[in-house]
Design a binder for this molecule. Structure first.
Ligand SMILES: [Zn+2]
Ligand SMILES: [Zn+2]
Length: 185
């Protein structure tokens, strides 16, 4: 079966990307994958923005078959999906937060992320799931993501952030990035 965009028939499915429920009647994106546990296929469900941000290739495949009532939203999200394909690491971005401790190393510059600094969690889609993949300094975005136009995604995946906090994140994103370093052996 092809991927699908349709209204949710119940409120029971959770979004694969953000792990929040998808409300009954809300449009959802279903990515079809071979069943990992047996025959046939299974469907991974996403909120529309979560699908466009986290799974841009399958999202673009289904764009033209979206129901008319969802077209306007799907077309604007398709632009975000194309941005994620042009910047191949951007779909890994999963929000922003202040570092709760000073123990994690940045995946880009490999330096410690100081407690209280803004960091961006990244996730990797593997085995049909999004697995935590560590953190990037907000100021290392230019080097790691090859763009700093990330605030729409950060706002989406970290809805708890206040405008004043988003402004701090934006300031950090705009800073020059130290060079990326390869992972230590
Ligand atoms: Zn979601
Ligand atoms: Zn860094």
């Amino acid at each position: 079966m092809a991927h699908v965009i349709e209204p949710a028939s119940s409120g029971r499915a959770k979004c694969r990307s953000c792990d929040q429920p998808i409300a009954k009647g809300e449009f959802r994106f279903g990515e079809r994958q071979p069943n990992a546990f047996g025959d046939g296929e299974m469907t991974l469900w996403f909120h529309l923005p979560c699908g466009a941000y986290s799974r841009p290739e399958p999202f673009l495949e289904v764009q033209s078959t979206a129901p008319p009532e969802a077209r306007v939203e799907v077309e604007s999200l398709a632009a975000a999906a194309r941005f994620g394909i042009e910047h191949r690491r951007v779909p890994r971005l999963h929000g922003a937060e202040r570092a709760a401790s000073g123990r994690a190393h940045c995946r880009s510059c490999r330096e410690l992320i100081a407690k209280g600094d803004w960091r961006l969690p990244v996730v990797f889609f593997e085995e049909y799931r999004f697995n935590p993949g560590g953190y990037i300094h907000a100021h290392c975005s230019r080097e790691y993501f090859e763009t700093t136009e990330l605030l729409d995604r950060i706002r989406h995946f970290s809805p708890e952030l206040q405008e004043s906090e988003l402004a701090e994140v934006a300031t950090a994103l705009a800073m020059p990035s130290p060079p990326a370093k390869p992972a230590p052996e």
